[in-house]
Design a binder for this molecule. Sequence first.
Ligand SMILES: [Zn+2]
Length: 256
Amino acid sequence: MDIGTITCWDDIVGNYRIKQHLKRMIQELKVSKSPIQQQCVLILGDSRGGKTSAAQWLVRCLQCTSICPETLNPACSGTSCRCQSVNSYFGEAGIVSNLAGDSIQTSVNDCMKFATGHEIRDLAKDLAEGASPALVVLDEVGRMAKNGWDEILLSTLDIPNLHWLGTAISADGLDSAFLNRFTILNTQATSLKDLCIWTRLRMRRHAITADNDETVMKLAAAALSAPGRIINELRRVWMSDARVLTLADVEEFSAS
Ligand SMILES: [Zn+2]
């Protein structure tokens, strides 16, 4: 398994409030399947804050055929479960990927790829006719505002049987009536302590050791504003013969 693959909630560093909220969504939409209020969540944060990976992870959990009801982690052990293909629906997906589910359908949409605002309404109407409720993911929803499509989107939110998850860099330009319908969650900067714990967990799982007590801390400190860089560094070490992260590596990393 690639070192960057998220396999459980602990693999998502920091962002506790977002994780807590998304877990509650899974609990309600998938595990308890109880009648609930409509869920409308908007995750805001800059491009390296982890908003898309959080959305991706939520969809993966919703798609998994054997989610653990206690931890809410997928428990399908990397088999042919349909949750395994979710990552490919983000970023390169074409306009829309509708995924059937046992209790909830999910629809992943890159808003950069809509040609008109009406496309989203047509899509929502189709989903609402399905047998189970649907979560509609709108990646980069700020794009809707840029084209004046957020008014169309606002009326689309009233279609029953649908839940919504948007991501955007900021709420600038989005219609206030639209924003009022959403619970807004901001990505948070990661603390050095959290990043060290997370890095050690990844290293342990992939049998990577460090040459010095301070090595991991220095690596985390150098990558605090962009934790994704740690994955690239660990992948490089993992592919080496010795699988030892050294202070010299970290110095080179810090300088790059
Ligand atoms: Zn699964």
